[in-house]
Design a protein around this ligand. Structure first.
Ligand SMILES: [Zn+2]
Length: 546
């Protein structure tokens, strides 16, 4: 008589809980180095207590990871789920370690709403190394790892015991340091954006919670009473250039030691150097800039649910069009014509990295030549200083600050190279804006013309270890929130509007913000509407108010 052999686990096979514990420890350390870097730099208790607190923090992070991963620790689920998380956590580690990025809902939004061209810019050898070394390789090893799963009633019992153990461990770790944990959570809330994979879970939850319906059913009208008060035959033309990642501290018009604005300096523009952005990323700043909510009351869903500056201008009788060389108007131009530059069609002469901003000048020339016989506003949305591939933003003639960084992997360049590349993008923006002014000066012989330029947010190029932008606003450095703004008006515009250019110049050092753009443009274009607030018009009083 042979009785069937009882199924014995293969030798060296791990249990599901052991695998969970190993993965939790790995995520809490190698994949969350940015978390530890920030925690160590925070105000730790002195001496041995500090070391004890760090160890307790590790236990808490380990236990939290373990609780989450325990949900996935089932036959057929655990290995593929962990393998997927390893690859994602490797990519997150690349951005957190290399760029000082945080993984919050705004980051998720930027990734999901970015087009492919922008995404492919991130690919680099360094990223491949992270993905391979921390992602794919461990994932493949994991898939080959023998893991033993018990019949489910016993597995469930073992899981219950393991979860209980994690709770006890967490309690024991927190108890002696309760006050330190509370203080750290209060003062360094961004730590939660730096521990993978829980940061991603938290960010996705936040993103889903805040993502309203993309097309609100009803858009509340704004400024439906708007009318253009100037002489009707004047046909004014205003060009609003929305910059990208340009920071005030790199504009020589504002005192930067390098000459990054030679052409604008000669063009006689008014430069405003104390302008605060609404957000530190495009997805926040652009809709906020055009809304009348102001930074204090800005909310994405609210802004989507009501009309904006461009709609008010349409109510006032302007022809308004959005010309985009970036990643779209973020819904601002939803009710207007929006044209994408170099939209990858046949005949597009843009390289793979996208068109440089000169394409906007040629496009504006064509728009002007159409002679619509209307009051017109064109919004030009630049690619500007969009990182990390700064070198793709300017033609070789503008690689004036050398050596520049010829890679999207900023870690592979010296701080000097990165700053040179960034300054070259500003030098090129200087050229583009000066060319636009020249075009409008020519057109200004026939009609009132004006140009307003304002950047969406600033940029870090390595100051305090930060790169790019997107830092939480309250913690964001000056480089990310102080943006350049320029106003230029033709003599015909000044005559039409009764605008005193000396008065405009005298306002240049005032502390203003994106909150002022909505009202300043309405004032500049002599639009009468109940939506206009003179107190937020940076140029109020420089021209007669009707
Ligand atoms: Zn931006």
């Amino acid at each position: 008589m042979h009785s069937p052999q009882p199924a014995t686990p293969p030798r060296r096979a791990l249990g599901a809980n052991t695998l969970t514990a190993l993965a939790s420890a790995a995520f809490a350390t190698v994949y969350s180095l940015a978390f530890w870097r920030l925690l160590v730099a925070s105000d730790l208790p002195p001496g041995l207590a500090g070391a004890g607190f760090l160890f307790a923090a590790f236990l808490v992070l380990f236990a939290l990871n373990g609780l989450f991963l325990s949900l996935l620790a089932w036959r057929g689920v655990q290995k593929p789920a962990l393998a997927g998380l390893l690859v994602v956590a490797a990519a997150l580690a690349y951005f957190m370690d290399g760029f000082g990025a945080v993984v919050d809902r705004h980051a998720v939004q930027s990734v999901l709403e970015t087009d492919l061209r922008e995404g492919s810019e991130w690919l680099s050898w360094q990223m491949a190394a992270y993905l391979l070394g921390l992602g794919l390789l461990p994932a493949v090893l994991l898939m080959r790892l023998p893991v033993h799963y018990r019949p489910w009633p016993r597995e469930l019992l073992a899981r219950g015991g393991f979860v209980l153990l994690l709770f006890v461990l967490m309690g024991a770790a927190i108890a002696p340091f309760a006050r330190d944990f509370a203080a750290t959570a209060r003062n360094h809330g961004q730590l939660r954006h730096l521990a993978s994979p829980l940061n991603l879970l938290n960010a996705l939850r936040g993103y889903v919670k805040h993502a309203g319906p993309s097309e609100p059913a009803v858009v509340a009208p704004l400024g439906a009473d708007a009318r253009q008060a100037g002489p009707s035959e004047a046909e004014p033309l205003l060009v609003l250039v929305v910059g990208e990642s340009a920071r005030a501290s790199s504009f020589s018009l504002g005192g930067y030691a390098r000459e990054t604005n030679p052409e604008l300096a000669a063009a006689g523009v008014a430069y405003f150097g104390n302008v605060r952005s609404c957000g530190t990323n495009t997805a926040t700043s652009v809709p906020c800039l055009f809304s009348n909510l102001g930074r204090a009351h800005y909310d994405e869903a609210r802004a989507k649910g009501q009309e904006n500056l461009l709609d008010v201008l349409v109510h006032a009788g302007f022809f308004v069009e959005w010309e985009d060389n970036n990643t779209g108007s973020k819904g601002v131009a939803r009710r207007l014509p929006e044209e994408r530059m170099g939209a990858a069609g046949p005949g597009s002469d843009c390289p793979a990295g996208g068109c440089t901003d000169e394409v906007l000048i040629e496009h504006l020339r064509l728009e002007i030549e159409r002679k619509r016989g209307l009051d017109e506003v064109f919004v030009l949305h630049q690619i500007g200083s969009h990182g990390p591939a700064y070198y793709e933003r300017y033609p070789d003639d503008f690689a004036r600050f050398r050596p520049d960084c010829r890679s999207a992997a900023l870690q592979s360049c010296t701080p000097e190279q990165i700053r040179n590349s960034y300054d070259n993008t500003i030098l090129y923006t200087d050229h583009v804006l000066a060319q636009l002014v020249a075009l409008l000066r020519e057109e200004g012989k026939h009609r009132p013309t004006a140009l307003v330029y304002v950047s969406d947010h600033g940029e870090s190029t390595g100051e305090s270890g930060l790169y790019l932008h997107g830092a939480p606003y309250a913690l964001a450095p000056d480089e990310q929130t102080r943006v350049p703004m320029i106003v230029w008006t033709s003599p015909a515009f000044e005559a039409w509007r009764g605008l005193d250019p000396a008065c405009v110049q005298a306002r240049r050092d005032r502390e203003i913000s994106h909150d002022h753009v909505f009202h300043t443009l309405l004032g500049l274009l002599d639009v009468k509407t109940s939506a206009y607030t003179p107190a937020l018009d940076a140029l109020a009083g420089c021209a007669p108010a009707a």
